[in-house]
Write a protein that binds this ligand. Structure first.
Ligand SMILES: C[S@@+](CC[C@H](N)C(=O)[O-])C[C@H]1O[C@@H](n2cnc3c(N)ncnc32)[C@H](O)[C@@H]1O
Length: 355
């Protein structure tokens, strides 16, 4: 798993200091070097490729580690393919750091392998059966705020929710066969994964930012889940507080009409509680999902950066007659993660909200 884990982490563009490089001794093996070249650096076989500066940083560390491990220069060496790639990376002009931070790239996320002992519909004994479930998004990992939205990267709460949905029976049961809507979906990571692997009857990812919706539509096609081409995924603009459907793919629905298209079973949200000013709007929107769109539960994953902010959200739910229950799920510590890699240094909790 060491090599596989490293390749998955590279695909998710983890910060190089957080990458789990294979042990130096195994790096000396020409076949390991060749596998690394073909899985990470070969222009003709690897897509999507991380930005050039990221590739350069990782290959630099890799070469340094191989050099350190070389005991007998007559016997051990760095393969030509890796050295040629290194020369080619160095020949690229240095990009402007600001432009680079704003540039969106495709990122390939791999779902974690279910943990030993976990009750999961995806447990498997053989590696062959454990076919990697990957999903592509378009984002900039380093971007925190751009064009007034925080949605141009996938946040830890989404990766945590993805881990829950992809590795537990209870998580996948939330999606399979259901009509699902996601609020503030950002890159669409959670909904794209659900659409591709968890068999929803329908899944609609929404956000208020049109550029994010465009990215989600593009990624839906690349992940082959686009509803216009027979898949289950739709994306649309939805600004909380407005009726859904004002400008999204979801038709508007008021209390008088019974529009099946606007009825959902489950709603999802990740990292939506970061600003106390947004709480009244968010809670009234969740309430509308129950009353107007008939959802039976709202599942929200929250990074608990500020206890007061989160408590204000729970209080607002209670005042609106919404019941909140914490789902007892913890992501494994980073050193035990096998996919959807994320930090657990700030606690993340998933809540089920019902009415
Ligand atoms: C911190 S990001 C989380 C994105 C994604 N769920 C994730 O966890 O990676 C918050 C998202 O909520 C969206 N958002 C914030 N306020 C909103 C509003 N009033 N209506 C709709 N979307 C909103 C933002 O555009 C952004 O994509």
């Amino acid at each position: 798993m060491t090599l596989e884990r490293f390749c998955r982490q590279y695909g998710e563009q983890l910060d190089p200091p957080n990458l789990s490089f294979p042990p130096s001794t195994s790096l000396l093996s020409p076949s390991i070097q060749s596998t690394l070249y073909n899985r990470l650096f070969n222009d003709t076989t690897v897509w999507p490729q991380p930005p050039i500066p990221y590739q350069t940083r990782v290959l630099k560390t890799l070469i340094a580690r191989i050099e350190e491990a070389i005991a007998d220069p007559e016997e051990d060496e760095i393969t030509d393919a890796l050295l040629e790639k290194w020369t080619s990376l160095l020949s690229h002009p240095k990009p402007d750091p600001l432009k680079q931070a704003q540039q969106l790239t495709y990122i390939s996320y791999t779902a974690p392998t279910p943990f030993p002992g976990a009750s999961s519909p995806f447990s498997s004994s053989s590696q062959e059966e454990d076919k990697a479930r990957t999903i592509l998004t378009s984002e900039s990992r380093g971007l925190i705020l751009a064009s007034g939205t925080t949605g141009f990267r996938t946040w830890e709460a989404a990766l945590h929710l993805g881990t829950y949905l992809s590795t537990t029976a209870a998580g996948s049961a939330l999606i399979t066969g259901n009509r699902v809507i996601e609020l503030g979906a950002g890159t669409g990571f959670v909904s794209l994964f659900c659409a591709k692997y968890l068999g929803p009857r329908r899944i609609v990812a929404t956000d208020r930012e049109p550029a994010l919706v465009d990215c989600m539509v593009d990624c839906a096609a690349r992940n082959e889940v686009d509803a216009t081409k027979g898949g289950m995924f739709e994306a649309g603009i939805w600004e909380w507080g407005m009726p859904v459907g004002v400008s999204s793919s979801v038709p508007a629905m008021d209390n008088q009409t019974n529009n099946e298209e606007a009825v959902f079973d489950v709603a999802l949200g990740a990292d939506l509680i970061y600003d106390t000013d947004l709480i009244p709007l968010l809670v009234s929107t969740i309430d509308a999902l129950f009353t107007t769109h008939k959802i039976k539960q709202f599942v929200i994953s929250a990074t608990l950066r500020n206890e007061d902010t989160f408590q204000a959200f729970l209080n607002a739910c209670e005042q609106n007659g919404l019941k909140t229950d914490r789902i007892p799920f913890e992501s494994p510590a980073p050193e035990h993660q096998t996919g959807f890699f994320h930090s657990t240094s700030i606690p993340i909790s998933i809540y089920q909200i019902t009415k």
